[in-house]
Design a protein around this ligand. Structure first.
Ligand code: C2E
Ligand code: MG
Ligand code: MG
Ligand code: MG
Length: 285
């Protein structure tokens, strides 16, 4: 009996692995086509200043409009893109597209927004990131201070001279630096200073349960206080309710982003959003 089920689970295990490898291969060849055929799109999610209520920025989030499978979320294809190295040309496309779009909004007379792009560690190690950024800024004419790079804490742990040097050169170009999903990794305070970080994005797992989980509340409070004393801005990610929005504002968080305000939306919808002069009610607490 035990032997039989053991053999069965072995059988299923192999089949499952085969399926995963097949899916991986399909995604990988599909991604190459996606990039060439223009199936990749960016959605933009607004970020608001909690004191003034003003719209101050937007995060660009990658989507894959697959001809048969519909919209595919980044969690499914970014890992494949990273393993195959395709994240380098895909990431370059993202940077070009965000700069172009940012310039288009400026030219249409909208107030300058800080546009954030997510970067993968692979782009730092293998890509020609500095040239890619310089070219995109030059082509578009978007001011460098309107572009923000979102990195993860793990990247700062590659505390090599080359990495530090690259990040400093990027900072000298004038772009901003944010640490994404902050609080989930291990970055030390000295790294934040050394890499000239501008902003911490407090991870949504802490923000979500802020009102019910005292540990999460303590973590969020500590991050905000630490950031303030280091002169860094804070953004709360994943704000889904008015109650959480009020609490993070009361804790002194600078900015917020989440479904409570707006979901990520295609560029055209974001343009409509801009035209309705988007502003949230300032939190006067
Ligand atoms: P992230 O950078 O931490 O982005 C925030 C994620 O949270 C996005 O998921 C966003 O849609 C989602 N989100 C925003 N507000 C809320 C909320 O109130 N509640 C909840 N539950 N979720 C919210 P998305 O778009 O699926 O992206 C997932 C991750 O994929 C991103 O996490 C980022 O790490 C990665 N990613 C997205 N676009 C790119 C890209 O262009 N390049 C790279 N390298 N990674 C990307
Ligand atoms: Mg991000
Ligand atoms: Mg995040
Ligand atoms: Mg993330």
């Amino acid at each position: 009996r035990a032997k039989e089920s053991g053999r069965n689970s072995h059988h299923f295990f192999n089949e499952d692995m085969g399926q995963q490898a097949g899916e991986h291969l399909r995604l990988r060849s599909g991604l190459r086509r996606a990039l060439e055929q223009g199936e990749l799109q960016l959605h933009y999610q607004p970020q608001f200043d909690l004191r003034s209520g003003a719209l101050v920025g937007a995060e660009a989030l990658l989507r894959w409009q697959h001809p048969e499978q519909g919209l595919i979320a980044p969690a499914r294809f970014i890992p494949v893109a990273e393993e195959s190295g395709l994240i380098v040309p895909i990431g370059a496309w993202v940077i070009e597209e965000v700069c172009r779009q940012g310039r288009t909004w400026l030219d249409a007379g909208h107030p300058p927004l800080l546009l954030a792009v997510n970067l993968s560690a692979v782009q730092f190690k293998r890509g020609d990131l500095e040239d890619t950024l310089r070219r995109a800024l030059q082509h578009s004419g978007l001011p460098a201070h309107q572009l923000e790079l979102e990195l993860t804490e793990s990247l700062l742990l590659h505390n090599t001279h080359a990495m530090l040097d690259l990040v400093r050169r990027l900072k000298r170009m004038g772009v901003k630096l944010a640490i994404d999903d902050f609080g989930t990794g291990y970055s030390s305070l000295s790294y934040l200073k050394r890499f000239e970080v501008d902003k911490l994005k407090i991870d949504q797992t802490f923000v979500r349960d802020l009102l019910t989980d005292p540990d999460d509340a303590a973590i969020v409070r500590a991050i905000i206080q630490m950031a303030a004393s280091l002169g860094l801005r804070t953004v709360a990610e994943g704000v889904e309710t008015a109650a959480v929005a009020e609490r993070i504002a009361a804790l002194g968080c600078d900015e917020a982003q989440g479904y409570h305000y707006a979901r990520p939306m295609p560029a055209a919808a974001f343009t409509d959003f801009l035209q309705r002069t988007a502003k949230i009610r300032p939190n006067s607490s």
